[in-house]
Write a protein that binds this ligand. Structure first.
Ligand SMILES: Nc1ncnc2c1ncn2[C@@H]1O[C@H](COP(=O)(O)OP(=O)(O)O)[C@@H](O)[C@H]1O
Ligand SMILES: [Mg+2]
Length: 289
């Protein structure tokens, strides 16, 4: 009976709630309103793993440097990160890093080239991708990053963490295509050694993940929300694990806040309760085998 290897999300209490983290090779979706803390969670997950494994961080919303700067505010040093744009333009040669950041805004000039290289002969790909904000570009860029990080076909079995923050712009032009687009993503990038963390916006007005979402390709779903600010007159953030395959996860909502230098900080229940829960729930090892 082999124990499941888990990947930390960089937030101790959330790891407890997930019995130690997300299982290696699974796909986790983080949903929630703008500003609730999805990107900061992603950055913490990167910080926790980048020394141990190659990491590809796709940012569709912020520039390369903003990711590094935001990380620094939480005491996470990502200054060794290399932007894929710099690699493609030849600005950075002989890359020695564990972290490639793909910022789609930076790819405005390079993305066509990426598509040509990645999908030789596949008719129509160039036409489909009229802007770098497309899943075709994201997939080709991730594959290019694998190559740079030495986890291409040959370096195959090494653990890799892929973070996509966020998916929403990928189908903003065609919301009805969301399912198909995300299925394609999963089909093309699925590998047993690749653990994926992705985010998506959740529209509080319609109660739906923007463009019908990506829940169907997620092995785990972490949902974050704000209590009504008009009622509470202060920011009150909550998080719940709605689903986590292969995991006897914590079932209750956890209240948290975001603190400089720390990131996601647990307010309710206490960390002791979560640790105790983690210890007792892991004892039987029911879901760990
Ligand atoms: N340095 C910081 N210290 C404390 N809180 C911060 C800091 N930077 C950002 N925040 C908080 O994090 C929020 C943004 O979180 P973020 O993860 O970017 O949200 P999302 O990705 O869900 O839209 C900000 O609105 C602010 O409340
Ligand atoms: Mg964000």
């Amino acid at each position: 009976m082999s124990e499941i290897r888990r990947i930390s999300l960089g937030v101790e209490w959330l790891d407890y709630a997930l019995q130690g983290g997300v299982p290696r090779g699974t796909w986790t979706l983080v949903t929630g309103e703008p500003g609730v803390g999805k990107s900061i969670l992603c950055i913490q997950a990167v910080g926790a793993n980048v020394d141990a494994m190659p990491v590809v961080f796709v940012s569709t919303e912020t520039k390369f440097y903003d990711v590094v700067r935001q990380a620094r505010q939480f005491g996470i040093d990502l200054s060794d990160a290399v932007s894929l744009t710099e690699v493609l333009t030849g600005k950075t040669k002989d890359v020695k890093t564990n972290l490639i950041i793909i910022d789609l805004f930076g790819l405005t000039r390079q993305y066509r080239e990426l598509l040509r290289a990645g999908e030789e002969g596949e008719e129509g790909s160039k036409a489909r991708a009229k802007s770098p904000l497309s899943m075709e570009v994201v997939m080709a860029a991730i594959e290019k990053a694998y190559e740079v990080l030495g986890v291409g076909e040959e370096g195959g079995k090494k653990d890799v963490l892929v973070v996509i923050d966020s998916l929403a712009p990928m189908w903003s032009h065609a919301p009805a295509m969301a399912r198909l687009i995300t299925y394609r993503l999963r089909q093309r990038l699925y590998r047993s050694n690749v653990t994926v963390l992705m985010t998506n916006q959740y529209a509080p007005t319609t109660g739906m993940t923007f463009g019908f979402g990506a829940e169907h390709i997620a092995d785990a779903i972490i949902h974050m929300w704000f209590e009504s600010v008009e009622t509470t007159k202060e920011i009150r953030r909550w998080l719940i694990i709605k689903k986590a395959r292969l995991t006897n996860h914590y079932r209750k909502a956890m209240r948290f806040d975001i603190e400089p230098g720390k990131g996601l900080v647990l307010l309710e229940p206490g960390i002791d309760e979560l640790r105790k829960w983690f210890e007792s729930s892991s004892k039987g090892r029911v879901s760990n085998e």
